[in-house]
Unconditional design. Structure first.
Length: 71
């Protein structure tokens, strides 16, 4: 097994459905522009309330991706 170096970025996904969907939305979007995503960590979960109901779930994630070897 090769030693890897990872970089992490923080982003927030949102969803009207639930926190799991917010996580999936964030990862799906990030995977369109970031290569080698290997892991995620939930940093914060919060929501937006409208008219006494949950309108949106917001989940902040750290997403780790493997740095490519130079050259």
């Amino acid at each position: 097994m090769t030693d890897h170096v990872y970089k992490s970025i923080e982003l927030t996904g949102s969803s009207t459905v639930g926190p799991d969907d917010a996580i999936r939305n964030a990862i799906t979007r990030a995977s369109k522009t970031v290569r080698n995503i290997d892991w995620f960590q939930v940093v914060e979960t919060r929501g937006h309330i409208a008219d006494g109901e949950i309108a949106h779930w917001q989940v902040t994630l750290k997403i780790g991706f493997r740095m490519e070897e130079p050259g």
